[in-house]
Design a protein around this ligand. Sequence first.
Ligand code: HEM
Length: 137
Amino acid sequence: MSDTAAKPRPQFRNIGIAQIASYRLPLAGKLSILHRVSGALLFLCLPLVILPLFAASVAAPQTFAAVAAYAGNPIVKLVFLVLVWGYLHHFCAGIRYLLLDLHIGIDKQSSKKSAGVVFGVSLALTLVFALKLFGVL
Ligand code: HEM
């Protein structure tokens, strides 16, 4: 074997806690983890937060006013913003996965590019919602 032969790249299989810091996850991997996190967040918050608040807001003018007052609190607005981000990230990444399922953009370069596009679009849309939520727009 020649001296110029490339060193074997480290292989990670079923990484342990100690390897997490040295494991460099590609952008598409980070997107995938956040897609699962956002899916779980939506799944948990839909029956516990979103539907009860929606039901109260449409039940009567008094309950609408109570929800509106509650939603005016900046901490509550931040919680709503996390949910908005969760939905937008899950939606945009979901469309990417559906395209991948159709074998569109499955080569390494395209998949890296589309992961960046999903992060860009979902974060830009979240920013627009944040500006609207905090009264800047
Ligand atoms: C309230 C609405 C939603 C909830 C609660 C939800 C929840 C979830 C959960 C829990 C998963 C499993 C994640 C995992 O195990 O990695 C998932 C996967 C998925 N979701 Fe959603 N989702 C919602 C809306 C959407 C929307 C609007 C889209 C379409 C754009 C979408 C597309 C997908 C896709 C394609 C997968 C499979 C991803 C894969 O192949 O790994 N979801 N969703």
